[in-house]
Every structure is written in C-alpha cells, then in structure tokens.
Design a protein around this ligand. Structure first.
Ligand SMILES: C[S@@+](CC[C@H](N)C(=O)[O-])C[C@H]1O[C@@H](n2cnc3c(N)ncnc32)[C@H](O)[C@@H]1O
Length: 249
C-alpha cells in the first residue's frame, strides 16, 4: 500500500532540510507567475468558480526552490517548464499535453520540462474531459496526464515528491500507481483539499485490493513535532520512507 506524507507550509525550508540526492523523483507544477485566475479569458472559462484571488500565481516561485529541487533529485518533471527556462538547464525531453483544440483563445497544450534522457513525448487528452474532471483547483491537472507523465520515468520510483501540490493531483496519481508520495502546499485551503483527495485515493486503493479491515488506512492528522511550527499539519505516514533530512551542522 502506498504511503503519503503531506506538509502545510512553504516548500523552500522543507526542501532545504533534505539531504542532497535523497529524493527519487520530483513531479510538480509550480505557480507560473502569470496571474492565471485574473487573466482575460480565465474568468470567462470558469476559473472564478474557485473563489480564489489568484495571489499564489502573481509571481514565480523563488529561484532557490529550483536550485533545491535540482540538488535533491536527478529525476524531475516540472509542468509549466516553459515559464522557468531561465531556472532550469536545457532539456531534450519535454512532455506535451495536447488539449485537442487548435487556434482557440486558450493554449493548444501545456509543456513539462523533464530531466529524463528521452525524446519529446506527447499525450492527447481533450480539454473538455479535463474541465469535466476539474473543480478543485484553477490549474488542476487531469489524473490521466499525471499518471502518463510519471510512467515516462520508466521503472516506477518508490517515492515521488511534489513541493507545489495544489489540490493533490500528483499524490492521487501516486496512490493509484502504488507509489509513496510526499507533498507540500502553502495554502491552507488547497492543503485540506489535497489531504482529502489523497486519503480517499489511498483508501480506495486499499479497498480495491480487498485488504482486511485491520489493514485499512488510518492516516494520522495532527501536529508534526518534526516540522515545528513551520508545517502545521502532517497527514498520512511515511515513517522510514521519507527522504533523509540534511545532517545538522
Ligand atoms: C500550479 S498550482 C498546482 C496545481 C496542481 N497541479 C493540481 O493539480 O491541483 C501551484 C500550487 O503551489 C502552491 N504554492 C505556491 N507557492 C508555494 C510554496 N512556496 N510552497 C508550497 N506551495 C506553494 C500554490 O498555493 C498552488 O496551489
């Protein structure tokens, strides 16, 4: 059964606390810094339904977060990578989500930068299906797209980290694929949504595998002394499975 550990707080100090090379894979979708919720077109296509002021997308993340991600893992997939080409090294293996519409007022697709040594790969997944599945976060990624991009890594990693988890789509994909997950989210609202989605996905996987009631998932939710006041809640349990913390100096 896949395990999960979710942190509420700024991912930068969390990433800085981990030992170099200790994360098997990072799959993430940082804020693009384009004020997506308030852009022309966005309201028209329903982004305002999320009752989200869009503050989180008014600027790109601190570049130090990218330095940390590259320090922690050799395997990285970064959605919206086209907004971070000055933070990331050149790559020949971009992943493309083709949304199936051409020359529409919204983008034909989305791009993910990756550190993998492969050719460019494309998934076609219609915008209409993505909209139907959405409703939790203005930039929610479809599960089919997340599972596809994780499968591009090749042999499934044991653990994946998403420092910008939003509504938890990477985590739900991991639960469904049997991969342990570590997530971080700064917004209380999206942290709560992600916690529910990922716990539900983990429970469903347990039920699907017809575990006995004694084996059912009972995530601990409470203060995490290890994270002090920085991360107020930690859900799930990945005891012995998390990347090693950096040694104290
Ligand atoms: C593009 S959204 C991710 C959406 C996600 N892919 C989904 O399917 O729901 C980026 C998220 O990063 C969060 N965020 C922004 N800065 C952060 C930080 N420093 N640490 C942790 N989370 C952060 C935002 O609140 C936002 O929910």
């Amino acid at each position: 059964m896949a395990k999960f550990t979710l942190h509420h707080g700024d991912c930068l100090p969390f990433l800085q606390s981990l030992e170099s090379g200790s994360v098997e894979a990072i799959v993430t979708d940082p804020p693009y810094g384009i004020n997506i919720v308030n852009r022309w077109g966005a309201a028209k296509f329903g982004y305002r339904q999320y009752q989200d002021d869009g503050e989180w997308d008014k600027q790109r993340p601190d570049p130090e977060i990218f330095v940390q991600m590259l320090r922690l893992s050799k395997t990285l997939i970064v959605w919206g990578g086209n907004y971070f080409t000055d933070y990331l090294p050149p790559s020949g293996h971009w992943l493309v989500w083709d949304k199936g519409q051409r020359d529409f007022s919204l983008a034909d697709g989305e791009l993910a930068w990756s550190s993998l040594s492969k050719a460019v790969r494309i998934i076609s997944y219609p915008r209409a299906l993505a909209i139907k599945e959405n409703g939790k976060h203005p930039t929610q990624k479809p599960l089919a797209v997340m599972k596809w991009c994780i499968a591009q890594i090749g042999e499934y990693p044991k653990t994946i980290l998403d420092p910008f988890m939003g509504s938890g789509s990477t985590g739900v994909a991991c639960m469904q694929m049997g991969i342990d997950f570590i997530g971080c989210e700064i917004s209380k609202k999206y942290y709560s949504i992600a916690t529910k989605r990922i716990s539900d996905a983990a429970s469903q996987e347990v039920m699907f595998k017809q575990n006995t009631p004694n084996n059912r998932l009972h995530p601990d939710v409470g203060d995490s002394p290890a994270q002090g006041s920085l991360f107020t809640l930690e859900a799930g349990s990945a005891a012995g499975k998390s990347p090693k913390p950096a040694p104290r100096r």
